[in-house]
Write a protein that binds this ligand. Structure first.
Ligand SMILES: Nc1nc2c(ncn2[C@@H]2O[C@H](COP(=O)(O)OP(=O)(O)OP(=O)(O)O)[C@@H](O)[C@H]2O)c(=O)[nH]1
Length: 547
């Protein structure tokens, strides 16, 4: 009852993630889904002007949750500039928080979100008056030469949301204002190539599936004829089977499900992957349409687009199902894995905490501290990004504090503050009283876990952040080094050229003197003077950074 009351007041949390290549129509889809023009397109500063949807209210404007780029700049907000096209954009994850009203008595609207509200309640979907909805978007995927950076960042982001819930759950005193930010569904936009899945699609969907329900979506469905679309859908489903991609499937359980659910799920399974067509334009009746030179088509017309069905699945029939699968299956699996990795720590090797070891398989606060100080801390599911072969090995902490030729004051400062925070946590753990609680061993084990896990997770997050910063630092140092090397090389070339010209000039004047050829004597110094000036200008431009 208490929980329901709280849900009623705050709204049921629900989070949807849009993942896919740039230009596949994620922004347009988001605007169509909510029937609002809140999401501006890339490289457009202004959001499209669409009438507001009275049932949707933006609670927190779009903000960057996480980003990673080799240049250290999130590029998705930048104006398009062809001169900067060679920069790799990395990946950026943004989120927009909204409140969606679902109650019957709300002001009427053309919104499908609202028109589906009755089905939400009837189908056992949404039971509260509002949904606290978060729309998470990824930017930059598929735009990098090497997209592994994007895979790692997106997966780490999803894992972090699980970690936050796990840390909160295991805390003795919980935070009543804790916000659950786990992503319940990810829509993966497949570009309309007509050639089945790409390696990148398979890899990304596999990674997402560990942390959320993945629905593959065919973007820009109007690119196909009816037959082509049917073939493409089949190809995608074949690839999903062939490469064992664990996407969400509309399965039926004849023993559990009622007749209606079985029918509905079978129909949805036949339709999968959903093919959507979206647009920012509306006709005179306020319906979203795509206008072509030969006519216009409504985006929610079931004969051309699965948009309406998809909306219904997301906010109606499968709303609760997605939430349940995320929590009961994906999160529970993750939690079991993580906790068992915590209790698997090899305490033997520390050699000094044998008493604790006998009492509990899980580390106590004191042996956790000793594991860290002796460097024997390990977790098979560490959040920390594994060092890549092409990045230099992480510099030792002493190296960092002494300063190397990779100096970058801003990054170093942040890195050092993280390190200080890290040391503080370890210090707190060390100075905490020992927790060998009297009572049953199970109780003490639980207590140990609840005291240790939040620290472990925080520690791992700190390490991950630190590693990311150090990677960025190493990358910028490498680029700087390369630039210095190039400049030095060009400066040496210019010096050589200048010396040659001077020599030529001297030779020329000697010859002119001896041969008394007045015409050569006049032309040669002018030419060499010009060349010399040219070279000096070149050098100046290089020094000023224009080279
Ligand atoms: N033909 C067609 N074009 C579409 C469709 N949906 C969107 N577009 C167009 O595709 C272009 C890119 O759409 P966006 O919604 O900005 O794509 P995005 O995936 O958000 O792109 P990024 O913001 O770069 O990640 C725009 O010109 C849209 O009008 C569609 O269903 N069919």
């Amino acid at each position: 009852m208490y929980r329901r009351k709280k849900d009623h007041k705050r709204g049921i949390t629900y989070s949807l993630m849009l993942v896919g290549d740039a230009g596949t129509g994620k922004t347009t889809f988001a605007n169509n889904l909510l029937e609002m023009g809140i999401f501006p397109h890339q490289y457009k500063i202004e959001a499209p002007k669409l009438p507001e949807n009275s049932r949707v209210k933006v609670v927190k404007p779009t903000m960057v949750l996480s980003y990673n780029s080799k240049n250290g700049i999130p590029s998705h907000m930048a104006r398009f500039d062809a001169a900067c096209e060679h920069f790799e954009p990395g990946v950026t994850i943004t989120s927009t928080s909204m409140e969606i009203l679902t109650g019957q008595e709300q002001p009427s609207s053309r919104s499908s979100v609202s028109s589906d509200s009755s089905s939400m309640t009837q189908n056992g979907g949404v039971n509260a008056d509002k949904i606290a909805f978060s729309l998470v978007k990824t930017h930059g995927l598929g735009e990098n030469l090497d997209n592994t950076l994007c895979f790692d960042e997106i997966t780490a982001f999803l894992e972090q949301q699980f970690d936050q819930v796990l840390a909160e759950e295991t805390r003795i005193k919980r935070n009543p204002r804790f916000e659950d930010t786990r992503v319940h569904v990810a829509l993966y936009f497949i570009p309309p190539t007509g050639h089945g899945l790409r390696e990148m699609d398979v890899e990304m969907m596999k990674r997402l599936s560990r942390f959320t329900n993945v629905l593959p979506i065919i973007a820009r469905a109007d690119s196909f004829t009816k037959d082509e679309l049917a073939k493409f859908k089949k190809q995608i489903m074949d690839d999903i089977e062939r490469f064992s991609v664990p996407v969400y499937k509309f399965e039926v359980d004849p023993e559990e499900d009622d007749f209606e659910t079985i029918e509905e799920n079978q129909a949805l399974a036949m339709l999968q992957p959903f093919a959507v067509m979206c647009s920012d334009e509306r006709n005179d009746n306020g319906q979203f349409v795509r206008k072509y030179p030969w006519g216009e088509v409504r985006v929610d017309d079931d004969s051309f687009s699965d948009l309406r069905v998809l909306k219904n699945v997301l906010f109606g029939s499968h709303f609760q199902e997605f939430k349940d699968t995320t929590h009961n299956f994906l999160y529970e699996n993750y939690r079991a894995e993580k906790l068992s990795s915590v209790s698997d720590w090899d305490v033997d090797k520390t050699g000094d905490s044998t008493a604790d070891k006998r009492n509990s398989a899980a580390p106590s606060l004191s042996n956790f501290a000793s594991l860290i100080t002796t460097g024997q801390f390990k977790s098979s599911n560490s959040l920390a990004i594994p060092p890549r072969s092409d990045t230099p090995t992480t510099p030792d902490s002493r190296e960092i504090s002494q300063g190397t030729d990779m100096d970058s004051p801003g990054l170093r400062q942040v890195s050092q503050s993280i390190r200080r925070g890290n040391e503080e946590i370890i210090h707190n753990i060390k100075s905490s009283p020992r927790t060998s609680a009297p009572g049953s061993p199970d109780k003490s084990k639980l207590r140990n876990i609840s005291e240790t896990v939040p620290y472990v997770l925080k520690h791992e997050r700190i390490i991950a952040k630190q590693q990311k910063l150090e990677e960025l630092e190493a990358q910028s140092a490498r680029e700087l080094q390369k630039r210095i090397h190039d400049l030095e090389k060009r400066a040496a070339d210019l010096k050589l050229r200048e010396r040659l010209l001077r020599q030529q000039h001297l030779n020329g004047s000697n010859t002119s003197l001896s041969s008394r050829n007045s015409s050569t004597a006049q032309v040669a110094p002018v030419q060499s003077k010009l060349k010399k000036e040219e070279s000096v200008t070149d050098l100046a431009s290089i020094v000023s950074g224009r080279a």
